[in-house]
Design a protein around this ligand. Sequence first.
Ligand code: F6P
Length: 740
Amino acid sequence: MGTGASKNSDSSHGGQLYVSLKMENLNVRGDLIPHVYGSLPITGSWEPTESLSMARESASMWVLSFIVPPNHETLDFKFLLKPKYNARPCMVEEGPSRQFIGGALQEGDARPALFNVGLDEEEVLEYRVFIEVDIVSPFDLAASWRAYLENLQPSRVRGIPDVSINVAPETGMENSSGSTLELDLEHYVVPAPSSIAGALYAANLAETPRSLLGTGDFSKIDASTGGSYGTSRAGDCSNSCKDMDAVVSDPCKLLSVPGFDSKSVGTFSPVPKQESQKGLFVDRGVGSPRLIKSAGAGIFTFDRKLDCETKKGMPAAAGAVAAAAIADQMLGPKEDSRLAIVLVGLPARGKTFTAAKLTRYLRWLGHETKHFNVGKYRRLKLGTNQTADFFRGDNPEGMEARNEVAALAMDDMISWMQEGGQVGIFDATNSTKSRRNMLMKMAEGKCKIIFLETICNDAHVIERNIRLKIQQSPDYAEEPDFEAGMQDFKERLANYEKVYEPVEEGSYVKMIDMASGQGGQIQVNNIGGYLPGRIVFFLVNTHLTPRPILLTRHGESRDNVRGRIGGDAVLSEAGELYSKKLAEFVEKKLKSERTASIWTSTLQRTILTASPIVGFPKIQWRALEEINAGVCDGMTYEEIKKNMPEEYESRKKDKLRYRYPRGESYLDVIQRLEPVLIELERQRAPVVIISHQAVLRALYAYFADRPLQEIPHIEVPLHTIIEIQMGVTGVQEKRYKLMD
Ligand code: F6P
């Protein structure tokens, strides 16, 4: 029944009046929550702190429903608005109180509600007011109460402590999720959208020499002078590779380009300096004013005009990373804002693995980072067939050639930094003082060098690394005899050992026996600043113990069904079924892993999804909560598009940086996930993470080494488990789809 419908006790036949007070504002301000206060039975108090909050029925409509008998007393009430996020006083509507008598609003009391929100009393917010009244039978009331209880299921989630464990019932059964489903895990495997790079040899993914980029014609590299550097293991190869792309993406394809001469590679033009050199841009989220500092000026200004198209070259970072970038630019010497992490160590000490992992981490945090692997430069310039002799300290030609490719890689790294790159990871043995001196001279005034030395005294670990090297390195791709490869590599190693000089100069971090799984040691000398600090912290916490990490979204929630974002809804029927299947899956997959743990957010849809899993500790993390949609929380995408078209368009344009008003951006989510990630790296036992779409996109991107821009678009479907297998060669992925 519509506005102001009058009821009388005769027509109600014992029913009650179900009253819905409604307020509507099409230019909705989600930060102001409408409330009602007044006489019984609405609140029974004219004290604003005791007012009742109205619920959001749609993007623009707020509602408060209550039940009164048909012969109810007169209700006096008023609307008020309470700010959601700050302690500002609430605003009471203008005009006299409204009266609800005999199931109807009094004449004129359906007038709009007006609120003065501006300081100068000029800004007035106007809400339309409606009232709907229906008669409900006692049976309907009882049914509706039951539905309400089922929908909220408050007792199932509230009161669960941050850390909990459900023990299996005393049936003695391994699998106690209560379901009789027999899961054959392999049956549920579905292809992953893209293969994770961890299965590949990490050096192949490092930077390609600039001299090889952009020419499009590899024959420009002079291959005529023959194999003059050392002796060739698999014989000379005069292949000149016409397909540059093939060479760049897979150095193994290039068997040998002997006699590389740097003079013959002058065909590329210098890359123009990027805009980012002209000023410092710090992301504060799309839509917010951004801080700009011109290189020469000493002051900061706000620029509201720049849109996301002009953000090229801006560091894609938020929060702590952006603040640190500002501090470094303002306080530190210029070269300190560019950092070269120069690896030092004998072959087979895990340098390339560490370099690749550090690169992945820093990129994920939003730092422009690149991995320069001198071995890759050597292979592309000199071919893959160098024998152990090439690496002798008393082979002058070999030494010269190796220094040459190292200098080339360093040159490339410095040029890239001058174009806006922040952190270069320079991956080579760099095992003599004279090599390191050469690098320090090249870096003088251009970037700060930190040496990262990896020392390993564990014969088992070294042997394992050597074996992996023979299996994976393009240096041995043409060697059919595994044992001959092992022999050659051990000789190469011995050649390095003869001339090896541990780092004692400059700023350095030494990782000693960190890969052995026995604790190890980290020594740090002359390290300061935000980024070096983060790097050390990361290195202290990472290790190589193989273990799986299972990522899954919560089971389908009732808000998923309605298409509403955010919120804290319970599971739908399908979601509940998934929670049972997931419990079976986890129990089967991790049955011999009693030290595994289950991590959820603090929202009930993840806690409920985890609830059938027994026997593992469950830990709730606030950091695992879904992206905060701010004023759009609880709305559908359609409603946002209709009621906040500008917000909708801004997000569509730049989903990574777009920050919901009063909420978060994807960059913000990444920042808050950093402690989760460090803890994940530190864990040695399997972890199951039950979280939300945006959060899992961000976490997955770290493992899959996906660029920041892609994160908001990564596919993380419901009812699917992404298994990330962490291992000594990197990361591998498998997906299981338990339900459609
Ligand atoms: O729709 C489910 C959900 O988890 C929302 O709660 C969240 O706002 C959204 O996904 C994140 O995805 P997107 O960034 O694509 O909107």
